[in-house]
Design a protein around this ligand. Structure first.
Ligand code: PLP
Length: 468
């Protein structure tokens, strides 16, 4: 018998212990500190151990408690970055995903997984008002943005057959770092990314965009794509998507929307996202605003042929021998990935378990919580709201001695570090008009109004402590 094969009893012990730990974690997630009381040296001492030559057996499971005690907890007072709260029904599905170990390459490799992923992608498109779009699940928004821009390049300045030629890409100066990264990876060249200034609401200035494109065309350059944001990472601002779509149509540029943070909020507030359905490609992240466990991103597009132009390089070894459109379908013809995890199962189970109406309500709660927080900040003379709150990201700062414009970047940096270490709430930061801001981003189905109030009380307590 292969030594890696265990008895049914041994598997049962391992699965039961892990399920028990998962249940304990879910039951206690609201009480756990948002950041563990542990230092870098202590984590090294706990986990940086030699690889054992001989197995520890079920003793290996004993250390899982330490792992859990040393995680940064995504409980109801976690408001950092843009990170969904991890819906446990989706998490339970993920265990089954690993056990089933499906490789979601093509229908022939996994009939149910491929079909479910195609169904779930259609559901997501419909839910945000983009019926008829198709696409695939990705590791996250960064890969979805990379794939969207690879499609744009193949559509406008094909490089796969002819080699790369210079072209330009336009986005606002608030764009997420995954866009310059994608442009660099695609060999388009960071120097060909035009970062267009924004208005006071952090939305791209379309007059500057037009002027920039005209200048480039006069210089003989080809505009490849306009990238709009449906929720910028710092403030949640939504670019004027209808106008961007129109400029893209007039100029022949591809229109990609980075909706990794915000697009799923169209489920609750479709009017804010007018023009989303005019994108050629659109990224969104169920592991952000559909609360799914990592990883679960998605790229939607209106023309599957454009995806095939970018990603189909099938050699004989993977070529489908059937003509049936369902049985002959292969994700690797439309994606940069070949081996792919069954990401759709958690989404399929979680969406069917709760229903779209409950997700819509959860997103509305997040939007309302963000307004609540903005209101509490505005009422506090020691705090200053630094940006409008169109979605669920709230940027603010503690102001020393009541002076909003005094230079208190260093003070707020100190406050952020102390707040995080205290473990009651978790915030991250942003730069707003060159100033250091505390930032709370609420994409969290566990959060209550009390949790929101704790953001204010913690920042006030720590701010006063720093000044004392
Ligand atoms: C606007 C925006 N785009 C893209 C991304 C990247 O998404 P991911 O972290 O899933 O790669 C993020 C992440 O926060 C984001 O906020």
């Amino acid at each position: 018998m292969n030594p890696l094969v265990l008895s049914d009893a041994d598997y049962k012990t391992a699965f039961e212990r892990i399920s028990q730990l998962a249940l304990e974690y879910v039951a206690s997630v609201s009480e756990r500190p948002t950041f563990p009381k542990i230092t870098g040296t202590e984590t090294e001492a706990l986990f940086a151990k030699p690889l054992p030559e001989q197995g520890l057996g079920s003793g290996a499971l004993d250390d899982l408690g330490e792992v859990m005690a040393s995680v940064r907890v995504t409980g109801p007072r976690f408001f950092g970055y843009v990170l969904g709260s991890g819906e446990p029904i989706g998490a339970a599905a993920d265990l089954l995903v690993s056990v089933l170990n499906q490789n979601v390459t093509a229908w022939r490799s996994s009939p149910s997984a491929v079909t479910i992923e195609r169904v779930v992608v259609n559901w997501l498109a419909e839910a945000i008002g983009c019926t008829g779009f198709t696409g695939s699940l990705t590791g996250g928004g960064s890969s979805a943005n990379l794939m969207g821009l690879a499609m744009a390049r193949e559509a406008r300045l094909p490089a796969n057959e002819c080699g790369a030629r210079p072209g330009t890409i336009y986005a606002s100066e608030q764009i997420h770092m995954s866009i310059p990264k994608a442009i660099a990876l695609l060999g388009i060249g960071r120097e060909n990314l035009r970062l267009i200034p924004c208005d006071d609401n952090f939305r791209i200035r379309v007059d500057f965009l037009r002027a920039s494109m005209e200048r480039d065309v006069r210089a003989g350059l080809t505009p490849i794509a306009i990238v709009g944001s449906a929720g910028t990472v710092s403030t949640g601002s939504i670019d004027p998507l209808v106008e961007l779509a129109e400029i893209a149509r007039e100029s022949g540029a591809w229109f990609h929307v980075d909706g990794a943070y915000g697009a799923l909020a169209a489920i609750a507030e479709p009017a804010k996202f007018a023009g989303l359905d005019r994108a050629d490609s659109l990224s969104l992240d169920p592991h952000k605003w559909l609360y799914q466990p990592l990883d679960c991103g998605c790229l939607l597009y209106r023309d599957a042929e454009a995806a095939r132009r970018a990603f189909s390089h099938t050699g004989d070894y993977a070529k489908s021998l059937v003509n049936d459109p369902v049985e002959g379908f292969a994700f690797f013809e439309e994606s940069m990935e070949l081996s792919r995890r069954f990401r759709a199962l958690k989404l399929w189970l979680s969406l069917r378990y709760h229903g779209l109406a409950n997700f819509r309500e959860a997103i509305r709660n997040d939007l309302a919580h963000a307004q609540l927080l903005a209101g509490l900040i505005t009422k506090q003379p020691e705090l200053a709201l630094l940006a409008p709150v169109p979605l669920s990201a709230v940027c603010f700062r503690y102001r020393a001695r009541g002076d909003a414009d005094s230079d208190c970047d260093a003070l707020n940096q100190e406050i952020l570090q102390r707040v995080v270490r205290r473990g009651k709430v978790f915030l991250s930061n942003a730069t707003i008009h060159g100033r250091f801001a505390l930032r709370a981003c609420i994409v969290n189905h566990r959060t209550t109004p009390d949790d929101i109030a704790q953001v204010v009380s913690e920042v006030l307590a720590v701010g006063r402590e720093c000044l004392a």
